[in-house]
Design a protein around this ligand. Sequence first.
Ligand SMILES: [Zn+2]
Length: 404
Amino acid sequence: MANGNTATVLRNVRPMGEAAADIVMSDGKIDSIVPAGSAQVAGAAVVEGNNDIVMPGFVEGHIHLDKILWGLPFRPISGGPELLDYINNEKRIRIKEVDVPVEVRAGNLIRQCVSKGSSVIRSHFDVDPDYGLSNLEGVLAAKAKYADVVDIQIVCFPQSGIMRLPGTAELMDEALSAGADVVGGLDPAMIDKDPAGQLNLLFKLAEKHSTGIDMHLHEASTLGAHTIEMILDRIEAHGMQGKVVIAHAYCLGELDHVRLKKLLDRMARNKVAIMTNGPGARPMPPLMELKEAGVPFYIASDSIRDTWNPFGDGDMLARVGMVSLRQHFRRDSEIKVAMDAATHQAAEILGFEDYGLAPGRNADLLTVPGDSVTEVVVTARERRMVFKSGKLVAENGRYIGPNA
Ligand SMILES: [Zn+2]
């Protein structure tokens, strides 16, 4: 099938469920999209698309490649009940009990994500004095190994806090010089009990390394809202508009309307983006209100099959369905909003370039049989084919790329 610089014609597919087309791909890019049956390229390989729906590869914008236990024997959840209990439980298990290296476990999840149609990934990795930079090294090794099948951005994530664990700040600084792309943060009030201290440090690191910031924020209600206001103060002071992502932000689902509206307007002005995975029995950001206010958001998996959470399988199509269910999205127009948040909007927020189903863009796409985009979101039917840079990397839900 598709290989090297030979052109490939993907024949008879329906872009986002619209009229059937042929997609011509070469040199890793989409050359043209023409009515079905009309593409004529001398010497091109032809792949039959079966009149399936074709979409751009998913943006898996938030996972933890170092935490993953995918591919290992199933391990019941043993942590909790408090956040610090989960944190300590994870470290004990990963340092003392799991002997499969990060590089191998990360590879297991990468292949799984690719088989479900993700073509780009943003992954966090834990950094603290007990791990040192070992998690970064493992994730970097997996990134290099699978460079032909997925593009990966890496966030250094202080899972155990920063201010409460001396040495973490210095390790984050080192990580950002050693291959990490983005500064991570975590619950500066709840974990560190020093919100100004943690946030000042994150913005200092981001300025020094010219990176964005990607915060985990689980802080509830008015505490979380206050932390977002503190983040906004610093974005305005440092000119970091469009460079800060806040993951979860459960608090946005708990505020009274007046405070929410005021906060969303200020977030929109500063182009602060929200990541949601459609959490379980927890408040979550009201996505349509974010959209109306102009706050960008995207959908991703976060924690799956690790010491925190047994659920999830890296399937972004299913994830779009879960988030839609939680948001009471039913109409095609609503499902489209969720689908955008797992594709185009996510690519734009995270800075993945040349993304989308259009000539000149990366030939990263998937095909799936179905009546419409909404129908395949509802069924999460298996992906028939997944292409990365014009090469077939998964077929019928099975990864067939390098290092299978
Ligand atoms: Zn996370």
